[in-house]
Design a protein around this ligand. Structure first.
Ligand code: C5P
Length: 211
């Protein structure tokens, strides 16, 4: 059963610290991305590190290898433990993130299939399966796959074997935690926790699905 990862897509430092403080006892990691970093700066990683929980940088990095490496190095220098990159730029671009992660003792996860309806236009089916195989081939630590489509998670699991699957889409996007939890290694939950009247209570409820 999976770790619980909070997607902390709030728009201020004070709100980020309020929600993290409430939810932290029930969390295994905190994922932050453009919404919070653009609002509060990359150095929000400093105070969030104070909760003693690993931080995942969800920048869905998608550039040429050199730029990917520069981005990943900044992320790890800021105190993150993991980075999420896109796979569709190719294996050399992903390898740059994986190498930077390895150099920093961190992890790199590759988006294979996204959780929203529009993902079915490009980032799904055979393409997602090719991305998953590539993630294995370049030594990525795991993949991102949609909690909204458990049958796809099972297909991608058959490709990646023991590597980790982190899965967004539970709660606000309609994914069922009871169905997805046995299939994945990390359950990513955002709005269902950070917009809850009581984020601690909401996080505790999702934490029931942990190992
Ligand atoms: O609020 P909600 O629980 O829907 O948040 C899901 C989080 O996971 C967001 O930060 C979103 O950007 C991210 N994500 C996703 N689907 C992916 C990859 C990341 O929803 N395939």
């Amino acid at each position: 059963m999976p770790d619980l990862i909070l997607a902390l897509d709030v728009l201020s430092r004070s709100e980020a610290l309020r929600v993290a403080d409430a939810a932290a006892p029930h969390l295994d990691a905190i994922k932050i991305g453009y919404p919070l970093v653009l609002a509060a700066g990359l150095d929000i990683a400093g105070p969030l590190s104070g909760f003693g929980i690993p931080l995942i940088a969800d920048f869905k990095v998608a550039d040429i290898p050199n730029t990917n490496r520069l981005i990943a190095e900044q992320v790890f220098a800021a105190g993150f433990s993991a980075i999420i990159c896109q796979g569709f730029c190719g294996s050399d671009s992903v390898a740059a993130c994986v190498e930077a992660a390895d150099d920093a003792g961190g992890e790199c996860y590759v988006v294979t299939e996204m959780s929203h309806p529009g993902a079915l236009e490009f980032l799904s089916g055979k393409n997602a399966e090719l991305l998953a195989q590539m993630a294995v081939d370049v030594g990525a630590h795991g993949i991102i796959a949609p909690a909204t489509r458990p049958e796809r998670v099972q297909t991608l699991r058959a490709i990646i074997g023991e590597k980790k699957i982190l899965s967004p889409g539970v709660g606000a996007q309609g994914g069922d935690p009871a169905v997805i939890a046995p299939l994945i290694d990390g359950m990513i939950v955002g709005r269902a926790i950070y917009t809850a009247e009581n984020p601690a209570k909401a996080a505790r409820a999702y934490a029931e699905f942990r190992r």
